[in-house]
Structure formats: C-alpha cells, structure tokens
Write a protein that binds this ligand. Structure first.
Ligand code: 13P
Length: 246
C-alpha cells in the first residue's frame, strides 16, 4: 500500500513570521494516516526544520544545484540541503522548466545529486494547455520521464516521488478533473513498468494544480493518486490543513 503524501510548495512566498504561524497551524491538525511535507524558500528551511523537529512533518527544498560544490554563485548543493535537515527536494517544477530553462537532462543530474545525499526527489512533470489540446499530454509526460526511466536503478526509485502538475492547472484555479488526473496517473504508472512492476506499484504519484480543500478528497480518492503537491492553498494554514485531512 502506498502511503499518501500531501506537500505544500510555498514557492517564493514566506517570512519568518509566516513560516512560524503556518507551521503552528499545520502541526495543530496533523492527520495520522498521511505524510505531510512543506517546501519553504531556502532562507526559511532551517527555521522550518527546527519548528517541525520531533514531528512527522518533513521539510524539503524547491530546487537544488546540479553541481556538487565549488564556484557556482547563488547555487545550493544537495549536501547542504542534507546538512540542514532537508529530506526532500522538488526537481523540474514547471516554473523552473519554463522560466529558468531546466531540461530533462538537468532534472536527471539534480536527481542524482539528491540520491547521493539521501534526499528524496519529487520530480514534477506535466503538459501545457497547447500540448493537451493537441492530445500530446501523454507523449510529453512520457518524454519528461524517459531519461529517469532509462538511467535510474530500482533502488534509486525508492527515493523518487512523481508529481503530475498540468501546467494549465497551476495557479489558474482550474483543477484537472479527477478523471483527467486519474487517467494521467495511471499512464505514468504504466510508464514506470518499464523500470519494473515493483517500481510501478510502489512509486507515489502526487497531483498538483489548483488543489483546494473542496477538490482534494475526490482527487485523492482516485486509485493512482497518492496525494497532492499544493501551491497557493498551502499558504493558508486552515485551507492546507483541510487538504491534508481530505
Ligand atoms: P497551485 O496549487 O497554486 O496551482 O500550484 C501548484 C504547484 O505548482 C505546486 O507545485
């Protein structure tokens, strides 16, 4: 049985005060039957790790350097993330792909850095509205997964979570229908069979894109949806808590 995970990607939104109050709200209402993770901006990770110490809440980063260490001004390495207590990191978020030119090869290299440091990679995939209109959503997602499927070992996959985030649903208020999301999640799981049946069965696949408390329960009850990656709604403790318990 895959344990569900609800993760909050705060994107570039936070302050010390907000980090404290958001986490207080989340910790007051933790569900017992699900994993919960938060992805604050880099400067607030240490605070979040301290404030969630001794609780089941995991803390992750929104990005990681492709390089190990050295003269890479402005970058943050996987070793540093491990050192400050991060157990997860997002890789290949659609905003990183669209705004910062991140390619599938960069995603693979970053995943490898995370693996080498014992950090779980949450790899984000998803098609644009043009690609969906052209009925290319499956081929786009298949392409985004193909290097990982070709290059990573069965053991590596124990440290990978996939997040399906259709670009047209991110920050738009337009959630994929449970049927659309389930269909893509089932497709992703069938792609993972190329690695092995075990990997296909065990890998958690999260849905992301305008998840709200009102839509979460139906999405999370689909057989191949193992939780959510929540953006905007994760910045409101009451809303995020309701999603975590949906
Ligand atoms: P929204 O929930 O704001 O649509 O963002 C989704 C997302 O990009 C999470 O990584």
């Amino acid at each position: 049985m895959r344990r569900q995970l609800v993760a909050g990607n705060w994107k570039m939104n936070a302050s010390s005060e907000m980090t404290g109050s958001l986490l207080t709200g989340v910790l007051e209402n933790l569900p017992a039957d699900r994993d919960i993770a938060v992805f604050p901006p880099f400067p607030y990770i240490t605070q979040a790790v301290a404030e969630t110490a001794g609780t089941p809440v995991m803390v992750g980063a929104q990005n990681v350097a492709a390089e190990e260490s050295g003269a890479f001004t402005g970058e943050v390495s996987a070793a540093m993330l491990a050192d400050i207590g991060c157990s997860m990191a997002l890789v290949g978020h659609s905003e990183r792909r669209a705004l910062y030119g991140e390619r599938d090869y960069d995603v693979l290299v970053k995943v490898r850095q995370l693996m080498a440091n014992g950090i779980t990679a949450v790899v984000c995939v998803g098609e644009t509205i043009e690609q969906r209109k052209a009925v290319r959503e499956e081929s786009v997602v298949s392409e985004q997964l193909s290097l990982l499927i070709a290059e990573l070992s069965n053991a590596d996959w124990e440290k990978i979570i996939i997040a399906y985030e259709p670009v047209w649903a991110i920050g738009t208020g337009e959630t994929a229908t449970p049927e659309q999301a389930q269909a893509m999640h089932a497709f992703i799981r069938s792609e993972l069979k190329k690695v092995s049946d075990t990997v296909a069965e065990k890998t958690r696949i999260l849905y992301g894109g305008s998840v709200k408390a009102a839509s979460a329960a139906e999405l999370f009850s689909q057989p191949d949806i193992d939780g959510g990656l929540v953006g905007g709604a994760s910045l409101d403790a009451a809303e995020f808590t309701a999603i975590c318990r949906a």
